[in-house]
Design a binder for this molecule. Structure first.
Ligand code: FAD
Length: 438
């Protein structure tokens, strides 16, 4: 029998770790429409949350109020060839943006390892790639347009007092409707991937991070096997040599996706197989080299669903962190099939960026989406926090405002900007109440 109440939409994130039931879903096409929707929701006493591609593992994007999808606000508005600044609507995905930038002879200086995220979503959580002298994507923000809790439209540029709070804003300050990105000339990268022993990669780390534009490695738990990836800009005139179709199919689709899904299903039945299978995976992924457009090198397909927790730790703590994780694996609390990813960035000046005033190493732990990550991630979190780790805002952690006050020197300043931009807490949700403390 009908109760007369229309059923609410069910929203879930990519990892299937979060579900929410928005009261209604809106897909505005202009900043003016966003402002009107925010005002209307505030008048009704409802909260509002913008959602991008739902690629956060935390409930940072969840709402039971009004959900705003900016997927129809995906235009490149204009670009300045002299300054290489590009103004976009904030709902554009990185997947749509990268080829549009290339057509203008431009690129973002650095990217993470997938591209479905919206520009607003990626910057709001501090999404990053790797590069010992480089920063996260939010560092490329030269200005942004924000709709505040009262529906006012504010241009936040480098001179604005909110600037260092607004790019990694956690969705807490307002709805980002446009972003100006400082781009660089389009570039090709020479990618080199090769197996390496964990002790070797750790010993050579300072030189690897210093001498390569983008260095990272994957460590296979319960083994001493790792895969080292180095991507470097090539001199002008170098020709593209993309990965061949067959090699791409074998490495990126069969081994890294189809085969990996099968392996993860198998080890749920026989977890004791994991150490041997990880040894095999570490050996099967062979060496390869290619040259391609920067975004084609940074981004890979990720079809096996997983859960992830990632912390930024001071670079000098990395050896201890890896040793403590190895000790935990050695004690066989659980067997873990997903490799651990280690990346690097340089210090920036954004208040809630994991890179705030600190050269970091990032250590990411993953678990297959059908397996419970709680024990593993809690153990890893204890190790990371003992070294002053800062969790990625979009990846799983259980920390709250009390902890963040200690690891972010400008935490109170961020809260003051939030009080000014959203005094009525139109943009809050339970995740923000926990991590910001109110
Ligand atoms: C397979 C996979 C790979 C990943 N790889 C990386 C990686 O390499 N590096 C890395 O750092 N992270 C990575 N992530 C994490 C991901 O980049 C971040 O969680 C990112 O925030 C997701 O962007 P989104 O568009 O999906 O945003 P959502 O998850 O939908 O939202 C994230 C936050 O942004 C806010 N938001 C979205 N749009 C707006 C707007 N218009 N105005 C204000 N706030 C807004 C939301 O309210 C929410 O607070 C990965 C995630 C997955 C699932």
């Amino acid at each position: 029998m009908s109760t007369g109440t229309p059923p609410r939409t069910v929203w879930q994130n990519w990892a299937r770790s979060v579900r929410s039931h928005p009261m209604r879903v809106e897909r505005p096409t202009s900043t003016a429409a966003v402002a009107t929707l925010v005002q209307a929701a505030a008048t009704e006493g409802l909260t509002v949350k913008a959602v991008g591609a739902g690629h956060s593992f935390t409930s940072i994007a969840a709402t039971d109020g009004v959900q705003l999808s900016l997927d129809r606000m995906n235009a490149v508005l204009h670009h300045d060839a002299g300054t290489r600044r590009v103004r976009v609507q904030a709902g554009i995905s990185l997947h749509e943006l990268n080829p549009r930038l290339l057509a203008l002879g431009l690129a973002l200086p650095n990217l993470g390892d997938v591209d479905p995220q919206s520009v607003a979503g990626a910057i709001s959580t501090g999404t990053h790639g790797t590069g010992g002298r480089l920063h996260g994507i939010a560092a490329a923000v030269a200005a942004l347009q924000l709709v505040t809790g009262s529906g006012e439209v504010v241009e936040v540029d480098e001179q604005h007092p909110w600037f260092r709070a607004a790019s990694v804003g956690l969705g807490a300050l307002g709805i980002v409707t446009e972003v100006t990105l400082q781009c660089v000339p389009a570039f090709l990268l020479h990618a080199r991937e090769e197996p390496i022993a964990l002790p070797d990669v750790l010993e050579r780390l300072p030189e690897l991070v210093e001498e390569n534009d983008h260095a990272e490695f994957y460590w296979f738990p319960h083994t001493e096997k790792a895969l080292l990836k180095r991507n470097n800009r090539v001199p002008d005139g170098t020709r593209r040599r993309p990965v061949g179709r067959l090699r791409h199919l074998w490495d990126d689709e069969l081994l890294s996706n189809v085969g990996f899904e099968v392996l993860n299903r198998a080890v749920r039945l026989r977890p004791s197989l994991v150490p041997r299978l990880n040894e095999m995976s570490g050996s099967l992924l062979g060496a390869r080299e290619y040259v391609d457009h920067s975004h084609a090198v940074f981004v890979s397909p990720r079809r096996v669903r997983f859960r992830e927790s990632e912390f930024a730790v001071p670079r000098e703590a990395l050896h201890d962190v890896i040793a403590e994780l190895a000790q935990w694996f050695g004690a066989r609390h659980e067997t873990i099939s997903f490799p651990i990813e280690v990346r690097f960035t340089a210090a920036d000046d954004i208040w809630l960026s994991t890179g705030h005033e600190r050269d970091n190493a990032y250590v990411a732990v993953h678990q297959y989406h059908r397996s419970d990550p709680t024990t593993y991630f809690a153990a890893a979190q204890d190790i990371f926090t003992a070294h002053g780790g800062r969790p990625h805002w979009g990846k799983l952690h259980t920390l709250d405002a009390e902890y963040f006050r200690g690891v972010y020197p400008r935490f109170e300043d961020f809260l003051a900007v939030r009080d000014a931009a959203d005094p009525g807490r139109v943009f809050t949700n339970p995740y923000l109440a926990r991590v910001l403390g109110r």
